[in-house]
Design a protein around this ligand. Structure first.
Ligand SMILES: Cc1cc2nc3c(=O)[nH]c(=O)nc-3n(C[C@H](O)[C@H](O)[C@H](O)COP(=O)(O)OP(=O)(O)OC[C@H]3O[C@@H](n4cnc5c(N)ncnc54)[C@H](O)[C@@H]3O)c2cc1C
Ligand code: SF4
Length: 241
């Protein structure tokens, strides 16, 4: 057996089951301690170090941390880690003054991000404070990617999306809406960018090859259908067959 390598941060993550189970390795115990002390803004900032959308995740995360929570072994139910994240987000004060600022003196490098989904927005969040100019190209008239187009507004209110995306835009990201990138060559050769991040997502619903699948217009592919609902193309689903 290999000796324990305490210089590896993963060692500490693994010791805390919920933190290890979270894909972003969020420091769960720390932020819950802060919430218990009523320090909601501090808890939000701890969350934001791992993921820039705590208010969104507090509503829609799949919460793999909770099955790993040790309380589940002694009290049957885990700590409501995900919803506590929402508590911190909803009750916090304005945290913008506490976030790193984009310096007035840029480093001279320009980065293009294709798509205004969580991936590109996170890239912008991380590059702006170290002096990069970031331009985000989004094909639709609204930013947010699948967070916006595939999660119904009753689960994730637009205002929460707008605020957390607005925080990143406010750091200085130039978000060009209604601007699809149609030619990578043109962007690479004529865009004047030092780097291009492709954050276009990989949205594809799974087709079902079942007899009768195409005999009706009442079977929909989830991703396309949710997008139609989000953009107001579908307003009712009609009655049952
Ligand atoms: C119901 C549901 C289904 C999901 N299904 C999937 C799935 O099938 N695949 C998947 O990877 N994740 C899926 N996820 C998980 C989650 O949505 C993704 O992990 C997350 O959205 C990925 O973020 P992203 O920024 O990479 O891409 P997205 O959120 O998809 O954002 C990409 C953005 O790029 C824009 N864009 C695309 N092409 C261009 C272009 N040429 N020019 C300009 N803008 C462009 C899009 O309009 C969009 O705003 C799903 C989530 C939900 C809620
Ligand atoms: S709710 Fe999601 S983001 Fe938050 S700690 Fe759990 S897995 Fe991580």
């Amino acid at each position: 057996m290999k000796p324990t390598d305490t210089s590896d941060p993963d060692y500490y993550h693994k010791v805390v089951d919920c933190q290890w189970a979270c894909p972003a390795h969020t420091d769960v115990p720390e932020y819950i301690r802060l919430i218990a002390q009523g320090r909601y803004s501090d808890a939000y900032i701890v969350n934001r170090e791992s993921n820039v959308f705590p208010g969104i995740l507090g509503r829609v995360c799949d919460r793999p941390c909770e099955p790993a929570c040790r309380r589940g072994r002694v009290e049957e139910k885990p700590v409501a880690i995900c919803r506590l994240k929402r508590v911190a987000a909803d009750l916090r004060d304005d945290i913008v003054p506490r976030l790193p600022k984009a310096p007035a003196q840029k480093n001279g490098r320009r980065v293009a991000c294709i798509g205004a989904g969580p991936a590109s927005l996170t890239v912008a969040n991380d590059l702006l404070p170290i002096g990069y100019e970031v331009v985000v190209f989004e094909q639709y008239a609204v930013p947010g990617g699948l967070m916006r187009t595939n999660i119904p507004a009753f689960r994730l209110p637009q205002a929460v999306l707008d605020e957390e995306i607005g925080t990143i835009a406010g750091m200085g990201a130039e978000i060009l809406l209604g601007t699809p990138v149609k030619s990578m060559r043109q962007l690479l050769e004529g865009g004047g960018f030092d780097a291009v991040f492709v954050g276009t997502g990989a949205p594809r619903g799974k087709e079902l090859s079942l007899p009768g699948r195409h005999d009706t217009d009442r079977i929909h592919i989830g991703i396309a259908w949710l997008e139609s609902v989000a953009f107001g193309h579908v307003e009712s689903i009609g009655s049952g067959c």
